[in-house]
Design a protein around this ligand. Structure first.
Ligand code: ADP
Ligand code: ASP
Ligand code: MG
Length: 403
């Protein structure tokens, strides 16, 4: 079999753990498999590099950030390969560029446009173990790009898809996908399987165990994806097509996103085209908008509230300000002390009452809901950040996810 094994930050967090990763890869190879390894930076390393840049600038150039942040993954790729060679294996470390990961120009959140697999295939043919630096690629101009935080997951899935690997294993610090973050709710249960769509909603709604774009890509390319721990041989969670799951539960999991901010626009001129103008400008700047609500005010204007990732708040503010200056918006305000809790499950498609239960759980816990949004398989609520954990545990209980 051809297996892609991706190791996250904690799994390569120190030199002993890197040794442990090399031993696991070695064991997989000795069973007769070809292995392509994808690695993250050592845990904390990327944040440390971000801190270095922030020492000099509040708003460092994104191309320089990519140059800086991509270095963390190169360190681990080299070290894993050195450890493997020391164990007698024929391995080679590669940057994203050498592995043929071609991206667009959006520095710090680049999209993979194509993978030129020639170099990888050639090395696999020669019997080499490839150890690839995750999270990075190269744009048409030859500049290094990165794929957004948590992007090594995407590197692994995209490489697995391009090489038509039999399996893509994501090794992390928990033993699989749980009904909610086990660090918040100790009663959370590990799932044997979860559908791509549910996993995509959980990941998009804040469950950082898998980067959301990696799940989207896995579904598109039909990648057999397993999440498991690098610290034991415990079986993980298979992420698969909905039809492969015999009995889908009503609710599969609860996600929490603390990295959201709310923008409130007051006194927006009530005329056709304004909302479209504002949101188009935000889209051009690649600001990711999530929940939106609009209310009519008494004076013939409207109020629009929406949420954005905290990291995109500065950019969004700059755009909103231009509308305030033009007089299209009377006033604006910002709130970072919010979070979003989401209930996810494919069973919702065919069952009524899931949303009602979520709302009454908030009421029972005296938590005020600020905003609501739903999809076919998800109910999200924006609440004050201080209630985040209370809400997650309350919902986990209400849907009896520990049973
Ligand atoms: P890595 O560094 O290996 O990429 P991450 O820190 O990105 O690991 O993701 C793993 C973390 O995701 C876990 O430690 C856990 O706290 C968190 N997490 C959030 N939601 C879930 C969930 N539903 N199931 C498992 N882990 C989750
Ligand atoms: N090192 C990068 C990050 O911390 C990418 C990753 O770990 O997947 O976001
Ligand atoms: Mg991660």
């Amino acid at each position: 079999m051809l297996i892609v094994q991706k190791f996250g930050g904690t799994s390569v967090g120190d030199l002993d753990r890197i040794e442990n990763v090399a031993a696991r890869v070695s064991k997989t190879v000795k069973k007769g498999n070809s292995v392509v390894v994808v690695v993250s930076a050592m845990s904390g390393e990327t944040n440390k590099l971000v801190g270095y840049a922030e020492h000099f600038s509040k708003n460092p150039a994104s191309a320089e950030m990519d140059m800086l942040l991509s270095s963390g993954e190169r360190v681990t790729a080299a070290l894993v390969s050195i450890a493997l060679q020391e164990m007698g294996h024929n391995s080679t470390a590669m940057t994203g560029r050498k592995a043929g990961i071609l991206t667009d120009n959006s520095h710090t959140k680049a999209r993979i446009e194509d993978i030129n697999t020639d170099t990888m295939k050639c090395a696999i043919k020669e019997g080499k173990i490839l150890v690839i630096a995750g999270f990075q690629g190269v744009n048409a101009k030859g500049d290094v790009t990165t794929l957004g935080r948590g992007g090594s997951d995407l590197s692994a899935v995209a490489i697995a898809g391009a090489l038509k690997a039999d399996l893509c294993e994501i090794y992390t610090d928990v033993s699989g996908i749980y009904t909610t973050d086990p660090r918040i709710e100790s009663k959370a249960k590990k799932l044997d399987k979860i559908s791509y769509d549910e996993m995509l909603e959980l990941a998009s709604m804040g469950a950082k165990v898998l980067q959301n774009r990696s799940v989207e890509m896995a579904k598109k390319l039909n990648v057999n994806l397993v999440t498991r721990t690098s610290f034991s041989d415990e079986e993980g969670t298979l992420i698969t097509r909905e039809e492969n799951i015999m009995e889908a539960p009503l609710v599969s999991g609860i996600a929490l996103d603390r990295n959201q901010a709310r923008i409130s626009l007051m006194g927006v001129k009530d005329k056709p085209g304004i909302a479209s103008d504002i949101f188009n400008k935000l889209a051009e700047a690649e600001v990711n908008i999530d929940v939106i609500i609009q209310n009519k005010a008494h004076d013939g204007t409207t109020n629009i509230d929406f949420t954005v990732p905290v990291s995109e708040l500065l950019g969004a503010k700059a755009i909103v300000d231009t509308f305030v200056q033009k007089g299209d918006i009377k006033d604006d305000s910002y709130n970072e002390d919010i979070c979003k809790v989401s209930v996810v499950g494919v069973g919702m498609k065919s069952h009524a009452g899931v949303a009602a239960k979520a709302f009454s759980t908030m009421a029972d816990n005296n938590i005020n809901i600020n905003m609501i949004s739903t999809s076919e398989i998800k109910v999200s609520m924006v609440i004050d950040e201080k209630y985040a954990e209370l809400a997650v545990r309350g919902l986990h209980d209400a849907y009896e996810l520990d049973k």
